[in-house]
Design a protein around this ligand. Structure first.
Ligand code: SAH
Length: 349
């Protein structure tokens, strides 16, 4: 079966001619999928019945099934749970900002990176998402709300650099001017720090933003929170970010989740400043979202503010990330876990 929605423009044109259609049919097909963003082949009304029939028989046309949607009363943030063809479920979040709508997409079903504070990794990795399944999260949300999405952050469940090829194809397709036409500058990919892949991405010279989940001011503290630090030392990860900046000219984002008594002291702020000094970067501070499986505690508002002030004193650009949808918020991956455990209970009772 051919996954047509995961195909870049010219590959799709080639495929269409291979099944005996004129090449402009490929252009129309690409538009149906990525401009009109239809949910089924049947909706592609300017293609012949015969061609639609051929596509239905030979191709996978992914479409997500909305299982749940929680809407924040505070700020209109929506947390979606979608079912994939094989019954797996993924989470995506719509955040509404003054500058436009932003969607946070998942890149994998589950995750194998094992970050200690993260709910998405507790059951390990199930499988990678295809490019189509990643973009379907955006398209389904646009359909559901009737609103356009302008920004995409690959910060949902999964490690994008552990699904590198599909992420790259996903970005190339959604940024294609003949399709959804997202601006690369409005796309952010967040990684726990898989160094060789950061460098590979740098070579692509895209204009997307790279975010590194740093979360610690030194190797020892990072090791306690993030097993990936065993494989790639904090300094290697930082060097890879510098390399990314050198190749792309794009300012780096460092994500830093504040955990009370673990990484939020004055000394931590000072050490962090020294670590990233001189890099064209921005630090996003996020009070850690506690998950019930671990006993990490969120830093107090005062501690978060003090940390921010300290970084600023050392000349670092920093923002405290507004917590969107606090009233519906579970930490990353919790909606999916809640759903899975409900299903399992249903099956055994
Ligand atoms: N695997 C990628 C992207 C997914 S996680 C990465 O590691 O960057 C998106 C961001 O949320 C990461 O910075 C991650 O470390 C952070 N995160 C995960 N669980 C969290 C929690 N409980 N509280 C605060 N931030 C969390």
């Amino acid at each position: 079966m051919v996954d047509i929605k995961s195909m870049e423009y010219y590959d799709l044109i080639k495929y269409v001619t291979e099944i005996g259609e004129k090449s402009f049919r490929g252009k129309q097909l690409f538009q149906w999928m990525h401009v009109h963003k239809v949910a089924s082949i049947d909706e592609m009304t300017n293609l012949s019945k015969d061609m639609r029939q051929k596509l239905s028989v030979n191709c996978i046309f992914t479409a997500l099934d909305q299982v749940d949607c929680q809407i924040s009363k505070e700020d209109g943030t929506r947390k979606y749970l979608f079912a994939l063809e094989d019954g797996n479920v993924v989470e995506s979040v719509l955040m509404r900002y003054k500058h436009g709508n932003s969607v946070c997409v998942s890149s994998q079903v589950g995750c194998r990176m094992g970050c200690r504070f993260c709910a998405s990794t507790l059951d390990g990795l199930e499988r990678n998402l295809t490019p189509a399944e990643i973009m379907d999260q955006i398209y389904a949300i646009e359909r559901d709300t009737g609103e356009k999405v302008s920004n995409v952050v690959v910060m949902g469940t999964g490690e994008p650099m552990d699904n590198y090829d599909n992420i790259l194809t996903f970005i190339k397709i959604i940024c294609d001017e003949r399709g959804a036409n997202f601006s690369q500058r409005n796309i952010t990919v967040s990684t726990c720090g898989i160094v060789p892949k950061i460098k590979e991405l740098a070579e692509e010279k895209l204009q997307i933003t790279l975010a590194l989940s740093l979360h610690a001011p030194n190797q020892q503290k990072r090791l306690e929170l993030m097993p990936i630090a065993n494989k790639y030392d904090i300094h290697e990860a930082i060097d890879a970010c510098k390399y990314y900046f050198d190749k792309t000219g794009r300012r780096i984002t460092f994500e830093y989740s504040l955990v009370a008594g673990v990484n939020d002291s004055d000394e931590d702020a000072m050490e962090l400043s020294n670590l990233i000094k001189g890099i064209n970067c921005h630090v996003n501070l996020i009070p850690v979202n506690p998950i019930k499986e671990r006993d990490y505690v969120q830093s107090s508002n005062e501690a978060v503010l003090a940390f921010k002030n300290k970084l600023e004193k050392y000349g670092i650009n920093v923002t405290i990330r507004r917590e969107m949808g606090r009233d519906i918020d579970g930490a990353c991956g919790q909606l999916r876990r809640k759903h899975i455990s409900k299903e399992q209970k249903g099956r055994t009772s």
